[in-house]
Design a protein around this ligand. Structure first.
Ligand SMILES: Nc1ncnc2c1ncn2[C@@H]1O[C@H](COP(=O)(O)OP(=O)(O)OP(=O)(O)O)[C@@H](O)[C@H]1O
Ligand SMILES: [Mg+2]
Length: 276
């Protein structure tokens, strides 16, 4: 297992944001995390990133406990978090250059990193925008820069928290195929949080559904699609069946279903009153 969570608990005050989470993620696996707001998706991801300390249990990467952030893991957030005063290419190289200085690496290392930065610019379709500033780019382009920057240190694990949440539907589709391509090329392990069930199925090998109050893993679904995804698979019966199943379960676990049923009862009652 690349990542293992064993009986992981996280408390904020009295409330459990993670309630006995158990999850094993294989090397090179693409896991998507869905669930109602507040169910602990970001908390789990931040714990894997080493940005949050858990209260109890074990979080292991390659069998070793996580003690903090590390070069082996990179995170991409919903908001692109680029340095606005640096050009695209500089944004991508920035952290690597810092590392080169602090770790006392040779100029050869910096040159190799520079080659990787160019390759990533090309992979992300950013070559023509290399000298632009972030505010001159669309949201989709900015997120490409953020992904390229995350990939710069060759992380084995990519942690993504609603990375495409702010993008329009068409740009998102392009980004989906791009991230699948990156996953294939870099052979990384990806844990990807989303609110979008369709996105979760299209990208994931497995979809992990979390539930709130307390934050916990409710159920895990194997995605019954071929490894190489194509956009028209979104219309396949097995895709739609899983989508319905996930949506129903999210509604059930979030309390939204009862709210909707109550709303329906109220509007029925109102209809009956007006017709009588
Ligand atoms: N720093 C914090 N201090 C106190 N409570 C927190 C903190 N961070 C998260 N929580 C609480 O932990 C629970 C899980 O939060 P988390 O952000 O992980 O949920 P989420 O599933 O990512 O939600 P969303 O889909 O809205 O992003 C929530 O009840 C939240 O209020
Ligand atoms: Mg979140």
């Amino acid at each position: 297992m690349k990542i293992e969570c064993k009986n992981v608990w996280k408390f904020f005050g009295e409330a459990a944001a993670l309630n006995d989470v158990n999850l094993g993620i294989a090397d090179n696996e693409f896991i998507t995390l869905v669930g109602a707001s507040g169910c602990g998706k970001s908390t789990l991801l931040r714990t894997l990133a080493g940005l949050e300390t858990h209260s109890r249990g074990d979080v292991l990467v390659d069998g070793r406990p996580i003690t903090g952030p590390g070069q082996d893991r990179a995170m991409v957030f919903q908001h692109y978090s680029l340095y606005p005063w640096l050009r695209v290419a500089e944004n991508i190289r920035f952290c690597r250059q810092l590392n080169a200085h602090t770790a006392g690496r040779s100029s050869g290392d910096v040159e190799a990193a520079s080659g990787r930065a160019d390759a990533l610019l090309q992979l992300m379709g950013l070559t023509a925008s290399a000298s632009a500033f972030p505010n001159q780019l669309s949201g989709g382009m900015q997120q490409r820069v953020a992904i390229a920057r995350a990939l710069m240190g060759k992380p084995q694990i990519l942690l993504m928290d609603e990375p495409f949440g702010a993008l329009d539907a068409q740009t998102r589709e392009v980004m989906h195929d791009l991230i699948l391509h990156v996953h294939h090329l870099e052979r990384s392990t990806i844990v990807f949080v989303t609110h979008d069930v369709e996105e979760a199925i299209y990208l994931g090998h497995r979809v992990v559904l979390m539930a709130p109050r307390p934050g916990r893993i409710d159920s895990i679904y194997d995605v019954p699609l071929p490894a190489r995804r194509q956009q028209d698979m979104k219309l396949a019966p097995e895709f739609l069946r899983l989508k319905r199943q996930l949506l129903d379960r999210i509604r059930e676990t979030s309390g939204m279903k009862t709210d909707l049923e109550q709303l329906q009862r109220l509007s029925h009652a109102a209809d009956e009153r007006t017709s009588s």
